[in-house]
Design a protein around this ligand. Structure first.
Ligand code: OGA
Ligand code: MN
Length: 290
């Protein structure tokens, strides 16, 4: 059989993948080609792939070891699969703000493979933003400044014991998150990373989890983060993915952010997510020392 084909979207990131059947065993070399393409395009989209839980796990394991998210409620009997769920009577969704998953980890997860299970009649798109494009389009002086910086990432305010979903009734997550005592391991990462697959520079701060830039006053840190966040979410960095039954999105957390639209109140949306283990991140400033 022929190898997978990657067709870039008409946007700044992502590619549609054809020539693979995820309900069967991958051809030799296909998993490696998918991994390389993930680093290049940031997100890979698949259509018409109705896969079982076992097939989802097998596909993930063919690409990289699975990492279990400690805050999401798993699918019963499948600890490897996290439920990304919004019931018809819930107001808040999961992922409804720009973020990169797991940036609060010492070794952040590579990315996730999200499979559509129940979709609302309309809406519920996922937006993806390219952190390659976000970095490349910054003024040279800003790039030079941030290449040297590092930032603190935390999950306390999102998943921890004082997080809004535990203390504010309007923020009810209805049992979708658990294990708040695990949200204690804050971590410093470079503000600009050298992407582990593509070798390209990527902006590595995100609105959900990045809380402070090292060596700056609280005000200057907040101002710079705000400037970077505003810049990164400019429309020219974004692609809107519309889900269909059988759609799968496989994104790279180091090269992209994502945002789940919450525009389908009164309807159910259920996705299954498997997250892949990552590698230690390196700053991009290294080669500027040469
Ligand atoms: C996630 C997430 C987005 C979506 O699974 O990490 O943010 O559209 N999901 O469900
Ligand atoms: Mn997410």
């Amino acid at each position: 059989m022929s190898p997978p084909v990657f067709t870039p979207t008409d946007g700044p990131l992502g590619a549609f993948v054809t020539g693979v059947n995820l309900s069967g065993r991958l051809e030799p070399g296909a998993a490696a080609a998918i991994h390389t393409a993930l680093g290049e395009h940031g997100v890979l989209y698949f259509r018409g792939q109705e896969i079982s839980r076992e097939q989802h796990i097998a596909f993930a394991e063919a690409v990289a070891p699975i990492v279990i998210n400690r805050f999401f409620t798993p699918v019963t009997g499948y600890p490897q699969i996290a439920e990304v769920r919004k019931e018809a009577d819930q107001k808040l969704n999961i992922g409804g703000a720009w973020h990169a998953d797991h940036s609060y980890d010492q070794i952040p997860a590579t990315g996730s493979i999200l499979a559509a299970k129940v979709l609302p009649p309309t809406g519920g798109d996922t937006l993806f933003a390219s952190m390659y494009a976000a970095y490349d389009s910054l003024p040279a002086a800003t790039q030079a400044h941030i290449n040297e910086l590092r930032a603190l990432h935390s999950s306390r305010h999102v998943f921890g014991a004082d997080a809004a979903h535990l203390t504010d009734p309007d923020n009810d997550q209805g049992g979708r998150y658990h294990n708040p005592n695990a949200a204690t391991q804050d971590v410093w990462h470079p503000v600009v990373i050298r992407h582990p697959i593509s070798g390209r520079r990527a902006l590595y701060v995100n609105p959900d989890f990045t809380v402070q830039i090292d060596g700056l006053s609280e005000t200057d840190s907040a101002e710079l983060l705000d400037e970077l966040f505003t810049h990164a979410q400019r429309p020219e960095h974004i692609y809107r993915f519309k889900w269909e039954p059988g759609s799968i999105a496989f994104w790279d957390n180091r090269a992209t952010w994502h945002f789940a639209e919450n525009d389908y109140h009164g309807h159910r949306r259920l996705m299954h997510r498997i997250t892949l283990e990552g590698v230690a991140l390196e700053g991009a400033e290294r080669d500027s020392l040469a």
